[in-house]
Write a protein that binds this ligand. Structure first.
Ligand SMILES: [Zn+2]
Length: 392
């Protein structure tokens, strides 16, 4: 074997990392028969003449069967450089060959499907990945990319089917993803008024994730929609021990249900209990409002001062200032309080209340699927009091 060609390949391999690996995978008996035309193509590549290189490689694939894997790697390198059209032409040319063994054909089709995917030709990519799902050597990788397509296209039912298969055939655990996908379907069921189907899908979500937070929120909403407020409150309040960091998401719903039942005392007990576990400004605001309604401005102001000392959050400070502004009435000074309240309110509203534990993406609203890394259920609300963050 003449190793000289490796010296030629090194600069290209350094950027792609694939060529040498492809050569290693080539059967030993074929490694010595790298045709001159292949080097010619590499030379064009090194001289930044990709069109010339492509012409040579396309011809070479026609002629030589011993370097198919290396041609495949060249195609992958084009795709990685963003030259998807060139990658596609090389991979299509390989697939056309009638003498490919089954493994090489599957691999070439898999590369071609990735070219289509990267080019945004989702229909073509989907069709190929669907075929490749049936082939053991590429089954899992094809399923993973197919799932990405369905995820992007918001085709939740198809995504569920692929995820369930991946859950049983890959080493990764997809149960959390499957639960979220069922919740997506349930959400569209709720939107279209198909409540029975929504309940069935939520039940399936719980089958894959017994602590499915989104399922808890949806179940409570469905119970409230059926005017079963006691049941709805019990479901939502399960978050107190299941996932207290999400209590802020349900406080308005719980308030509404308790008020519908006329049970303000239980609402107060809930809010006080929730504050022990979560200092979300929505809980503080609700308690301030309730105290004002029941006991007047002074009692509300006193309570807020007590709470701010105990839980130093900007939301709490905002309530104290707003309350102070109302208490002094129209003395002229209230404008200063109002200005201060407005400034703090802007800080509270523009603050990043949620962050993704997977990629760090920050947002001021809850996304069940992270817009950054597409992970499901990874957005969390930090429990750190926000005043401390502001002082740093
Ligand atoms: Zn993320």
């Amino acid at each position: 074997m003449d190793p000289v060609w490796l010296l030629v390949l090194l600069p290209v391999a350094a950027t792609s990392g694939w060529l040498v690996a492809a050569y290693d995978r080539t059967p030993k008996k074929q490694q010595a028969h790298i045709p001159d035309r292949f080097f010619e193509g590499l030379n064009y590549l090194l001289n930044d003449q990709p069109d010339e290189a492509l012409r040579i490689f396309l011809d070479a694939i026609e002629m030589d069967s011993g370097t198919i894997e290396m041609h495949m790697a060249i195609g992958n390198m084009f795709r990685q450089r963003g030259e998807v059209d060139r990658a596609t032409r090389i991979h299509e040319n390989i697939v056309k060959r009638s003498d490919l063994d089954n493994d090489l054909r599957s691999q070439a089709l898999f590369e071609l499907a990735q070219d289509y995917y990267k080019a945004g030709l989702y229909d073509r990519a989907e069709n190929l990945f669907q075929e490749l799902r049936k082939i053991k050597s590429v089954k899992v990788r094809a399923g993973q990319l197919l799932l990405q397509i369905y995820d992007q296209e918001r085709e939740w039912e198809k995504a569920i089917e692929v995820s369930i298969e991946l859950n049983s055939h890959s080493d990764s655990d997809y149960s959390h993803t499957i639960a979220h996908l069922y919740c997506e379907v349930a959400e569209s069921n709720i939107r279209t008024g198909n409540y029975a189907q929504a309940e069935a899908n939520i039940a399936l979500a719980f089958r894959y994730d017994q602590k499915c937070i989104r399922g808890v929120l949806q179940s409570g909403r469905l119970a409230a929609m059926h005017s079963n407020h006691n049941n709805a409150i019990a479901i939502w309040r399960s978050l107190e021990y299941l996932a207290p960091e999400y209590l802020g998401e349900v406080v308005a719903h719980i308030e509404n249900s308790y008020k519908t039942l006329g049970d303000l005392e239980s609402l107060r007990q809930f809010l006080e209990s929730a504050l022990e576990k979560n200092t979300d400004s929505r809980i503080i605001n609700c308690l301030a409002e309730l105290t004002r309604e029941q006991q007047g401005e002074e009692a509300s102001q006193e309570l807020m001062l007590k709470l701010v000392r105990k839980y130093p959050t900007l939301g709490g400070v905002l309530q104290v200032i707003a309350s102070q502004s109302r208490a002094i009435g129209s003395t002229g000074q209230e404008k200063d309080y109002q200005l201060l309240a407005s400034l703090i309110s802007q800080v509270v509203q523009t603050g990043h209340h949620y962050s993704c534990r997977n990629c760090g993406f920050q947002s001021n609203s809850l996304h069940w699927q992270c817009p950054g890394c597409k992970a499901w259920g990874a957005m969390q609300k930090p429990q750190v009091p926000d005043l401390k963050a502001v002082h740093q």
